[in-house]
Ligand binder design. Structure first.
Ligand SMILES: Nc1nc2c(c(=O)[nH]1)N[C@H]1C(S)=C(S)[C@@H](COP(=O)(O)OP(=O)(O)OC[C@H]3O[C@@H](n4cnc5c(=O)[nH]c(N)nc54)[C@H](O)[C@@H]3O)O[C@H]1N2
Ligand SMILES: Nc1nc2c(c(=O)[nH]1)N[C@H]1C(S)=C(S)[C@@H](COP(=O)(O)OP(=O)(O)OC[C@H]3O[C@@H](n4cnc5c(=O)[nH]c(N)nc54)[C@H](O)[C@@H]3O)O[C@H]1N2
Ligand SMILES: [Mo]
Length: 768
């Protein structure tokens, strides 16, 4: 095992170089970038077998995004950013016990998240005692005993918080939520609370199921695909192949985004010759360059035009569907048509930044289309009015019966590779009673009924000093959550913080009074139970469940599987009665429990062994059944909210560069946007920049404005004049999380408003 020389300097990140943005995605540069990352991190002996197994039947599920695998797989079924995700995990670099002896926590605190992650895989458990300056090696037994003791010692089970990130397998997630509930708490916040919670909330209320209603086949068959608030070229690159295929069959694509993202312009498919040498496939037919937060106004406007056309005899609505399957149409229509015409258009143009003619052109495309799919991601979910916005997208689809038939439906594109599965397994702070009933029946205990903390409320509880134990199954809580300074203060008030992790990150250096890091096996690693290889399952963004087999020999024997960590803790806490924790060393036993508790998982063990896996039932998609409060698909009245920004300020969205996976930074370039060797950039529309006196290349502090009067400052960003929509600036996450107020969250879903932060600009003092 090679110890990576960790004394490499932290790269200088505040002098980025900027060139013109790219006009197409992937192609040869993507292939070269994949090869470079895999080579540097994993080398040939680990890198080649890993790349041959990713997303293959019998191999492992890519730890990158949640986009599904096509039935007919290419030999190399991966994308550039999947390759980077695999390389990060399959790396040869290792963080060993002596690393922590050489680097005091105070020094690690000064390092960037990028530097921390680059040190390699965590290989043995380490402990930071109260008042300690360094993490020290600790045995697994002592570490788990300590966690069990501290959990036992809590005044109430609700003094524990169990966070989950979305890479955790179904088996580990199921065991983990069981442990929390056997302890007696529903404090199960997860990364979803910051991600697609708004989609889940809106879809559950309107359609009865909080997940997407389309399959990959539906995307291929659609004749109109609207991609709103999503950057698939970077975050779901394999989706571009699906869009390309739909396009070849005659589909048209509408992109709704403040930024002209390269991936939505043209795609050079690295899997075929035309993609490598030609110009690639033009993807977008109509680009709606919308203002941040303007989507509710846009979808409402299209809906109103559809209603008006129908009323004047145009036959554009599917009245058969509306009458038979929906509820609330009349109230919806009345509310939407109430605003006087001229006020309506003035407001629509102001809120969207789009000319009326473009909205009319989009509506004409809609009327000309038989089968419509709407795809979206964080651009729609991370605003104050995200839930109303997504409900309005549902209204839009319901009007023409675009739910529950081939080639049509809702497609929220999930983030983490198993974030959807984790929720299905019961990682949820507000579990349904049916789920708890089934859980209690299967295991013979009474699960807690009171709802637990989501992510934002967990931080508030920590800040109040109510959390004795914070346990994280993956993720990087302090860097991914909003209001970094507030959250760090809150985390420091916890008694014991425990992180089950694969790589070092900021959450290991901002700790409670005592802290543990427990190194976990990852997706790519071979997982032996005795001498038998074990495997897990995951669910993709379209509700397909399939197996994932790790292939690489683990870098160290000190790592444990997530299931083994949870069951070791479970046995220490409760013994083997009524839950037989020891038996779960055999993952088939976990799957048997899942089959008994979670609907749709009947015969789980047999069906998970099918190479192609199996599809979970989805009532609206499968037979137009809508398990909502009314028993029908619900039209909703969503009002007219749009963000308002005082003069001299801009709205800032915080988003991903091409070289990162959430808080894991792969490199310092954002190739498609023309940014190199730095991340502290703020993209500003040139007209806005002129009005605000922001020269291209100038350095500025971003200062957040929020009603509590607390100063939130992200210092020293290079201004980049960029063709983003008016009023809509952009900078990378997590550097800008310090600006997102903890109390600024979406209605209903409580998701932090990471895509609408009001900022002003103050010149940066010269750095020396
Ligand atoms: N390589 C890589 N892959 C990833 C991730 C990663 O970090 N790296 N993260 C994973 C995760 S957890 C997630 S959730 C997904 C995230 O996938 P995305 O949602 O694509 O990620 P973001 O970078 O946040 O990009 C948001 C996009 O929405 C646009 N947008 C922002 N605000 C608005 C708005 O108000 N209206 C509209 N119409 N558009 C808007 C932005 O310009 C940008 O194009 O990706 C997953 N896949
Ligand atoms: N400002 C702003 N904030 C955001 C967002 C935004 O767009 N803007 N996006 C939000 C979104 S969509 C999300 S999903 C969250 C992400 O929040 P998180 O999921 O908490 O963050 P990640 O960066 O994905 O977590 C990375 C860490 O997970 C650990 N890890 C990786 N793989 C494994 C594994 O297999 N097992 C275990 N046990 N650990 C593993 C590694 O130690 C790594 O350092 O961030 C949210 N925060
Ligand atoms: Mo996410």
């Amino acid at each position: 095992m090679k110890n990576h020389e960790s004394d490499m300097p932290d790269p200088v990140q505040d002098a980025p170089e900027v060139g013109p943005p790219k006009e197409s995605a992937a192609g040869v540069p993507a292939v070269l970038s994949s090869v470079r990352h895999v080579g540097e991190q994993a080398g040939v002996r680990r890198g080649v077998p890993a790349m041959l197994a990713v997303n293959q039947k019998g191999g492992f599920d890519c730890p990158g995004c949640a986009w599904p695998e096509p039935d007919r797989r290419h030999r190399a079924e991966f994308c550039e950013n999947g390759a980077k995700a695999v390389a990060e995990e399959a790396t040869r670099r290792a963080v060993t016990g002596d690393f922590f002896a050489r680097h005091p926590v105070a020094e690690l605190f000064e390092r960037s998240g990028y530097w921390l992650g680059q040190q390699g895989r965590l290989t043995e458990p380490v402990y930071l005692p109260e008042g300690g300056t360094h993490y020290e090696p600790i045995s697994w037994d002592r570490a788990l005993d300590m966690v069990a003791e501290e959990l036992h010692a809590l005044d109430t089970p609700d003094g524990a918080v169990f966070y989950t990130s979305g890479r955790t397998s179904n088996e580990a997630a199921f065991a983990y939520q069981l442990l929390a509930r056997q302890l007696g708490t529903n404090n199960l916040p997860d990364c979803s609370n910051m991600c697609h919670e708004s989609s889940g909330s809106a879809l559950t209320e309107t359609l009865g199921v909080g997940k997407g209603s389309v399959s990959l086949e539906d995307v291929h068959q659609a004749d109109l695909i609207i991609v709103a608030g999503q950057n698939p070229g970077t975050n779901h690159p394999r989706m571009l192949s699906a869009l390309e295929r739909a396009k070849r069959s005659g589909a048209r694509i509408v992109t709704v985004n403040p930024l002209p993202e390269a991936g939505m312009r043209a795609f050079r498919n690295p899997q075929n010759a035309r993609g490598l040498v030609g110009r690639g496939t033009e993807l977008t037919d109509l680009f709606a360059q919308i203002r941040l937060g303007g989507d509710l106004a846009l979808f409402s406007a299209v809906n109103r035009l559809l209603l008006e056309a129908d009323r004047s005899g145009g036959k554009v609505l599917d009245h058969g569907f509306v009458d038979a399957y929906t509820h609330g149409f009349e109230e919806f229509a009345e509310a939407l048509l109430a605003e006087p015409e001229d006020e309506f258009w003035a407001r629509t143009e102001r809120d969207t930044g789009l000319p009326r003619a473009l909205v009319e052109e989009l509506t004409a495309m809609v009327v000309a289309s038989e089968r419509i799919v709407v795809c979206w991601a964080m651009g729609l979910t991370q605003h104050r009015h995200s839930v109303p916005t997504i409900r309005e997208v549902v209204n839009f689809l319901l009007l023409r019966g675009n739910v529950g038939r081939p080639g049509a439906g809702v497609c929220p594109v999930r983030g983490h590779s198993n974030v959807q599965g984790d929720r299905t397994m019961g990682i949820f702070e507000r579990p349904a009673d049916d789920f708890l009933d089934a859980l209690g029946l299967e295991f013979g205990f009474e699960p807690p009924r009171e709802h637990g903390h989501d992510t934002v409320n967990a931080i508030r509880a920590m800040a109040r000093g109510e959390v004795g134990v914070f346990f994280a199954m993956g993720g990087n809580f302090v860097a991914a959550t909003p209001d970094t300074e507030v959250t760090e203060e809150a985390m420091r008030r916890v008694g014991l913080t425990v992180h089950v992790s694969t790589k070092l990150n900021r959450s290991h250096v901002v700790t409670g009074t005592r802290a543990l890091i427990l190194p976990a096996l990852a997706r790519t690693d071979r997982d032996l139970g005795g001498d038998q290889p074990r495997w897990v399952t995951v669910e993709d963004s379209m509700g397909l469940v399939h197996a994932s087999h790790g292939v690489l020999p683990p870098l160290s024997e000190g790592m444990r599987s997530e299931v083994d960590i949870v069951r070791g803790l479970g046995r220490r806490l409760f013994g083997n009665d009524p839950v037989d924790w020891d038996a779960m060393a055999d993952y088939d036993r976990v799957r048997d429990h899942v089959a008994a508790v979670v609907p749709g998982f009947g015969d789980f063990n047999a069906r998970a062994r099918r190479p192609e896996g199996f599809a979970l039932p989805h009532a609206p998609r499968d037979d137009r059944r809508f398990p909502t409060a009314t028993g029908l698909a619900n039209f909703t009245v969503n009002g007219t909210y749009a963000p308002r920004v005082p003069p001299g300020r801009l709205l800032l969205q915080t988003l991903r560069s091409h070289d990162q996976y959430n808080t894991t930074i792969y490199g310092l370039d954002d190739r498609y946007r023309g940014v190199r060797r730095g991340r502290r950039v703020v993209l500003v529309n040139p007209e806005d920049a002129r009005e605000l006196g922001l020269a291209d290349g100038a350095y500025t502090d971003l200062v957040g404005e929020w009603s509590d009067g607390r100063e939130r400052r992200a210092p020293h960003f290079r201004v980049v004049h960029y063709p983003t929509a008016r009023g809509s600036a952009a900078a990378y996450y997590p550097e800008t999380n310090v600006l997102v107020p903890l109390d600024s969250t979406a209605e209903v879903s409580n998701t932090p408003t990471s895509k609408s932060v009001v900022v002003r600009f103050e010149p940066s003092p010269e750095r020396v």
